[in-house]
Every structure is written in structure tokens, then in C-alpha cells.
Design a protein around this ligand. Structure first.
Ligand code: SF4
Ligand code: SF4
Length: 221
């Protein structure tokens, strides 16, 4: 008999010719015959009724499915939906074009191009504003790191989650789509700073907004 290579099965002897062929593995004694039902582990006559038990129990439980999109359920208040670029109470933009949100984004979904404000054309208090601002919702994973990075609270996230589309270009939101609408008392930029100097916007801006809301509530009565 010849020797086998290490790690390989034993070689067939050279003088096998004429020898009886070794028998293969035995056939299973209980091989299923095609067309015959498989044997059940239990043959209780109640089995079909038990099967419907799940159906009956579920019929009396509260329905958990949602009637979307006819009746969408509101998400949690801190849900991370689409972004919004906010404004100061006089309508100037809070975004100063610093690009910190773009640097913080792990998905490289934000593009910011800053530009200088001038006294003739002012869009935000301070030196600079975002001339071009885009968020690519094909990339955004809704992590919220960008809003944490924003130093002016310009960028926040709304509860709006209906962002699906069948056109890739429409999922790149531009600045005009992201800017908050003008509320009462706001003026469309560019315009001069109405609240004082740059410091007043950050130090007194919230007070100004509260006063404005109080005045508007008084006028509405
Ligand atoms: S939520 Fe996250 S992924 Fe989306 S733009 Fe902001 S940082 Fe980028
Ligand atoms: S949104 Fe905020 S972080 Fe982003 S560029 Fe504007 S000010 Fe800077």
C-alpha cells in the first residue's frame, strides 16, 4: 500500500481493480415518501383550535399599526427631523457662516460658504453671514452633531421627518428652503441691525423677543 500525504485522505490502493466496491452509507430506514404528509409531533384534535388562539387574542388587543400618511402620529418632541436656520427677532439671520456645523458633520452633509456683511447689505449681526448653505439629505443621518456645534443656535432640528423623494437633487436643501419663515415683527434681510449693536443681539435678543411676544399677545386681546 502506498503512503498518504500528510493532511490528505488515504490513497486508494493501486491494486483495487477487481475488488468488490465498498458499500456506501446505508439508506435511511424511514425516508419520507414524496406526497405523504409529514408526521406531526402531536395529533391532538385541539391543535387547529389552538392555532387560532393567537388570532383571537390579538383581536382584542389595541391596534398598534398607524394610519400613515392619512393620520400621521406626531413624533417625540426632541425628535431630530429636518434642520432649520433661525432668525433674530428683527429678521436678521443667526447664522454667521462660521462652518463649524460643516466641520462637525460626520457624513459631510453640510456645505457653507461665508461672506462679509456690509453696511449696505447686512444679513446677520456681526462680520459674516452664510452666502450659500446646503444640507444634503441623501447623506444626513440625523445625528444632531451639527446643531451641537453651532455657536449661535442658528441651526436647530425640527420634528418634520417627511423627507423622502424620488429625485436626488430635491434632497439637497438650500438656504432658502432651510431658513425659518418671517414671523410677525420680522423684516426680510438685508437691513441694518434693529436691536442695537452685535452684543445686544446675543445679550438682549431673548428679552427683546419676550417683549415682542408680550406686546403681540396684548394687541391680540
Ligand atoms: S444631523 Fe448629523 S449627519 Fe445630519 S447634517 Fe447634522 S451632523 Fe451631519
Ligand atoms: S449654522 Fe451655526 S455652525 Fe453652521 S455656519 Fe451657521 S453659525 Fe456656523
Amino acid at each position: 500500500m502506498s503512503e498518504s500525504e500528510p493532511g490528505l485522505p488515504e490513497r486508494v490502493p493501486d491494486d483495487w481493480a477487481g475488488q468488490p466496491v465498498p458499500a456506501g452509507p446505508p439508506e435511511p430506514a424511514t425516508a419520507p415518501v414524496p406526497g405523504t404528509p409529514l408526521a406531526s409531533p402531536s395529533n391532538s384534535p385541539l391543535d387547529p383550535v389552538k392555532g387560532f388562539g393567537v388570532t383571537f387574542r390579538t383581536m382584542f388587543k389595541p391596534v398598534v399599526t398607524e394610519d400613515y400618511p392619512r393620520n400621521p402620529r406626531p413624533p417625540a418632541s426632541r425628535y431630530h427631523g429636518r434642520h432649520q436656520l433661525n432668525r433674530h427677532p428683527d429678521g436678521l439671520e443667526k447664522c454667521v457662516g462660521c462652518e463649524l456645523c460643516a466641520w462637525a458633520c460626520p457624513a459631510d452633509a453640510i456645505f457653507v460658504e461665508g461672506a462679509d456683511n456690509t453696511e449696505e447689505a447686512r444679513f446677520s449681526p456681526g462680520e459674516r453671514y452664510a452666502k450659500n448653505y446646503q444640507i444634503n439629505y441623501l447623506r444626513c443621518i440625523g445625528c444632531g452633531l451639527c446643531i451641537e456645534a453651532c455657536p449661535t443656535r442658528s441651526l436647530t432640528m425640527t420634528n418634520e421627518y417627511e423627507l423622502a423623494d424620488d429625485e436626488r437633487q430635491r434632497l439637497i436643501w438650500t438656504k432658502d428652503m432651510l431658513l425659518a419663515p418671517l414671523a410677525d415683527g420680522m423684516e426680510q434681510p438685508p437691513h441694518p441691525m434693529r436691536l442695537g449693536d452685535e452684543q445686544d443681539y446675543y445679550a438682549n435678543g431673548p428679552d427683546f423677543l419676550r417683549d415682542l411676544e408680550t406686546r403681540q399677545a396684548g394687541g391680540a386681546r
